[in-house]
Design a protein around this ligand. Structure first.
Ligand SMILES: *[C@@H]1O[C@H](CO)[C@@H](O)[C@H](O)[C@H]1NC(C)=O
Ligand SMILES: *[C@@H]1O[C@H](CO)[C@@H](O)[C@H](O)[C@H]1NC(C)=O
Ligand SMILES: *[C@@H]1O[C@H](CO)[C@@H](O)[C@H](O)[C@H]1NC(C)=O
Ligand SMILES: *[C@@H]1O[C@H](CO)[C@@H](O)[C@H](O)[C@H]1NC(C)=O
Ligand SMILES: *[C@@H]1O[C@H](CO)[C@@H](O)[C@H](O)[C@H]1NC(C)=O
Ligand SMILES: *[C@@H]1O[C@H](CO)[C@@H](O)[C@H](O)[C@H]1NC(C)=O
Ligand SMILES: *[C@@H]1O[C@H](CO)[C@@H](O)[C@H](O)[C@H]1NC(C)=O
Ligand SMILES: *[C@@H]1O[C@H](CO)[C@@H](O)[C@H](O)[C@H]1NC(C)=O
Ligand SMILES: *[C@@H]1O[C@H](CO)[C@@H](O)[C@H](O)[C@H]1NC(C)=O
Length: 386
């Protein structure tokens, strides 16, 4: 039965019923409408969201935050995250399909950093997401990108945020940290209209219900459960000065040194709140040094930073990116080779991190941003010390 027909039948049945029964029918019709509208949005968002197949593994990762008390500070936690999360379906087949929008660009393997969907990440325990946005073709909607690579011409930020909201409704103990930055080098306009769009999105319903409204500080898990916290990596500089309502924390690009092994980023000067960030993504060893050497450099930078999170500044935010590439090397180290190695002889950063983390079980690791987050079994669990 079509939705319209169903609604008409439901409402006309209601017309002959008592007021209370009629209200029941109206509520039911509204629920049906809301459910089908959500299903439609999730379908539009599927190229980026994937599908929520529920928790097939043990619930250790699905609802892991349930085990922490409300007064746990976010900065005291170990949180698995995904770098360039939206790239999970950017295979060569996907690129080939979108080349009519982007023109010829480097092969898909240089852009793809994940292989399982955002919903699989959520169910797999990921709670921090690195999302890069820019206009979709036509410049009216905002979608997801990784450098020149356009990840879907149709899925929008709204669709994908609805996916997160719907997942949070089912997992109210969980809290998500969502990093958003504007991706340059997409060839699309970087104009005031884009930031106005984002500003309006964050400042209207339902976002205002689902995003932590605090400005400039990360609070406790209790305050963040069932919600998303914005890690704002774009600036509102192009907007008029009166558009000033801020949420989440602002990670200023001017302080985020490119390719830094140890960035000190002050996000709240008045309250002395600092983010220590390792974002050494482009490995600078000499050409032809080989996968093992490149991987060793990245592993060293990542473990040195996580060790710092264990030893120092216990009340500050740590973000360590385990993701990297050395694309101009010959042969190239793609994100996949850096994370997972180049075959059986050279293990990747993820394989090497697993025992390193397990040896430090129970420590505060901060946020660890992974490529190919679930390709080495047990890695997320090792970050969570379960
Ligand atoms: C993933 O990409 C393939 C190949 O381009 C496409 O057929 C498939 O529909 C995509 N998956 C989703 C969920 O959009
Ligand atoms: C949560 O606590 C329960 C009971 O102590 C334990 O069985 C489970 O493994 C824990 N899960 C996580 C993710 O820590
Ligand atoms: C995991 O599932 C078990 C059994 O369904 C339940 O008792 C427990 O509370 C769940 N743990 C979490 C952290 O949700
Ligand atoms: C908007 O996007 C189209 C591609 O869809 C592009 O050709 C056009 O130049 C863009 N408009 C502006 C103002 O940049
Ligand atoms: C909170 O937002 C205002 C803009 O409304 C900004 O001026 C201020 O610096 C922010 N506070 C912090 C701690 O980031
Ligand atoms: C992996 O990289 C090493 C150098 O680090 C090289 O000796 C080996 O041949 C590479 N293996 C493959 C399968 O590419
Ligand atoms: C990596 O760290 C180890 C242990 O500190 C050190 O022996 C090695 O020289 C470092 N290698 C690189 C490439 O930085
Ligand atoms: C990073 O810099 C901070 C501040 O200078 C320092 O406390 C910390 O030990 C450094 N971390 C590493 C891994 O060098
Ligand atoms: C260390 O790991 C084991 C599982 O191997 C787990 O049961 C235990 O709770 C962990 N310890 C801490 C302090 O997290």
């Amino acid at each position: 039965m079509s939705l319209l027909l169903f609604a008409t039948v439901a409402l006309s049945l209601g017309a002959f019923a008592s007021p209370i029964a009629r209200r029941g029918e109206e509520q039911k019709a509204q629920t049906v409408l809301a459910q089908s509208a959500l299903a439609e949005i999730l379908k539009q968002g599927a190229p980026i969201l994937g599908y929520d197949e529920g928790c097939s593994r043990s619930n250790a990762t699905c609802d892991w935050m349930a085990n922490y008390s409300d007064d746990t500070k976010i900065v005291h936690m170990s949180i698995p995250g995904t770098h360039d999360a939206a790239t999970w379906n950017y295979t060569q087949a996907t690129q080939d399909e979108f080349i009519r929008y982007t023109g010829e660009i480097a092969a898909a393997e240089y852009y793809q950093c994940q292989e399982h969907s955002l919903f699989q990440m959520l169910n797999g325990g990921i709670r921090a997401f690195d999302l890069r946005v820019a206009y979709n073709p036509g410049n009216d909607t905002i979608g997801f990108h990784h450098s020149e690579a356009m990840l879907s011409p149709t899925a929008t930020v709204e669709d994908v945020f609805f996916g997160f909201y719907s997942w949070l409704d089912k997992h109210p103990t969980e809290a998500l940290l969502i990093s958003v930055n504007h991706e340059s080098s997409t060839g699309t306009p970087d104009d005031a209209k884009l930031y106005e769009h984002l500003y309006d999105l964050f400042n209207s319903s339902p976002a205002t219900e689902y995003w932590v409204q605090t400005n400039g500080t990360l609070g406790t898990l209790g305050e963040a459960r069932g919600k998303m916290t914005l890690l704002q990596r774009f600036s509102y500089d192009l907007l008029p000065a009166y558009d000033t309502n801020r949420i989440g924390i602002y990670l200023d690009a001017d302080q985020w040194t490119d390719n830094g092994v140890n960035i000190t980023l002050v996000y709240n000067e008045a309250e002395d709140q600092v983010a220590y960030i390792e974002d050494y993504y482009d490995i600078g060893v000499e050409t032809g040094a080989g996968a093992a050497e490149n991987i060793l450099w990245k592993y060293n930078a990542t473990t040195a930073h996580i060790q710092d999170a264990i030893d120092n500044h216990p009340d500050q935010l740590y973000i360590s990116f385990a993701s990297s590439e050395h694309d101009v090397d010959s042969p190239a180290e793609t994100p996949r080779i850096m994370a997972l190695g180049n075959g059986t002889d050279v293990p990747g950063v993820n394989q090497k991190l697993l025992p390193w983390l397990q040896e430090r079980n129970g420590s505060r690791f901060g946020i660890i941003m992974l490529d190919f987050f679930d390709s080495v079994p047990g890695l997320v669990e090792a970050i969570l010390s379960v």
